[in-house]
Structures are given as C-alpha cells and as structure tokens.
Design a binder for this molecule. Structure first.
Ligand code: AMP
Length: 208
C-alpha cells in the first residue's frame, strides 16, 4: 500500500504522472486542484470561497484546503493508501497532514519531487493552455503561480528531505522515461509493488 505525494512546480507533470502511479499501485488519486475546480463548477460554498484565489494564481486558504483533504482521506474510514497531487502546498498544510497521519497511522511513505527547468515549465504550460484553455495557465498568472510555488511550496522540499522520504526525480524526457524513474526510485526506497525492500523487479511502465 502506497501513500505518496507529488511535490513539483505547476506544469511539471504531476497531473500526468500522478494518475499513472495511483493506477499502478491500485490507490485513489487525490488532486486538490481538480477537487477545487469541481467545487467551483458546482458553485458550492467552498468553490465560491476558492475561485478568486485560483483565478489569480494564488493559494486557497490553508484551513479550507486542509478540511477538504481530510474529509476525502478520512471518510468514512482513513484511506490506507493514496497518491496526492497538489497537497500539501504550504508548511502549515504539511504540518496538518503530518498530525493527521500520525493520529491515523497514515504518515506518508514517499514524496516525489519532479524537477523541471523553468524555461521548460513555461514552454509546457503554453502548450497546455492551447489545449485546455485553463484560465490560470495564461502566462502572467502562470508566472505568479511559479512565484507562489517558490515562496510557499518549495520550502517543503527541505521539510521532507529532513524526514528522509524525499525522492528527487528528473522530470524531463518522455512521459515513459519519467514514469520509469519514479517506479525505480520507489522500489529502491523499499516501496516497490510487492512492498518490502524492492522485491518488485519489474519497473517497466504500463503502457497507457
Ligand atoms: P493545481 O491544479 O494543483 O495547479 O491547482 C490549481 C489551483 O488550485 C492552485 O493554483 C491553487 O489556487 C488551488 N490549490 C490547489 N491545491 C491547493 C492547496 N493544497 N492549497 C492551496 N491552494 C490550492
């Protein structure tokens, strides 16, 4: 059972790699950006509170996001495994997640940091905007999201490195290359598919 999260700048490939990893390990993929966009589309109270922050490329307040994620992970009983994408994004969220994990015997196994150079991120997001038309992908908003990442989220890298669960993965190359690097790093860290100590020697990605 895997409890992992992706920690990476916007546009680094979390939304591509996250679902593939979750599928491989048979655990739910929980993406806070997707959940928030659903709330906005359904015009719920949370969606109304979140919308302006999302549109401007800022962060939705910690307490709203923490409550949304804890509801998803904890109800009706704490999920044994999951792949998180987009949470935690601040140190306060990380501390809340750690407290929740300790209380429920669900602390994270691995934090996957996807490393992609800035110019490549900008190139990718311009491509993504052409395809998806996401408002927060326009270039100025995206640059602001990168600043917010540097200021609020990047410090989590040291937080998880200190906890000994950070896996630093080169996030360039083909989707398949990156997927293989993630599977290999997890296996080498003792979280291969068969669980303990890398018994799973097959790190070839599923072709999807
Ligand atoms: P994403 O799809 O992960 O890039 O998220 C899109 C937007 O949703 C972000 O720019 C934030 O406004 C908001 N968001 C997603 N996850 C979080 C989070 N953990 N904390 C605060 N805001 C979030």
């Amino acid at each position: 059972m895997l409890r992992a999260l992706f920690l990476a700048a916007p546009g680094a490939g979390k939304g591509t790699q996250g679902p593939a990893l979750a599928e491989r390990y048979g655990v739910p993929y929980v993406a806070t950006g997707d959940m928030l966009r659903e709330h906005v589309a359904a015009d719920t109270p949370l969606g109304r509170a979140a919308k302006e922050h999302m549109d401007s490329g800022g962060l939705v307040p910690d307490e709203l996001v923490v409550e949304m994620v804890s509801n998803r992970l904890a109800r009706p009983t704490p999920l044994p495994g999951f792949v998180l994408d987009g949470f935690p994004r601040t140190l306060r969220q990380a501390m809340a997640a750690y407290e929740w994990g300790k209380d429920n015997d669900r602390t994270f196994d691995a934090v996957i940091s996807l490393e992609v150079p800035r110019d490549e991120l900008i190139r990718r997001v311009q491509e993504r905007q052409r395809q998806s038309g996401r408002d927060d992908d326009d270039l100025d908003t995206f640059r602001h999201r990168l600043e917010v990442y540097d200021r609020d989220t990047q410090p989590l890298i040291a937080f998880y490195r200190d906890r000994g669960i950070l896996l630093e993965i080169e996030g360039t190359g083909t989707v398949t290359d990156i997927q293989t690097r993630i599977f290999t790093a997890l296996r080498d860290a003792g979280h291969g598919l068969q669980g303990q100590g890398g018994a799973d020697s097959d790190v070839a990605p599923a072709v999807t």
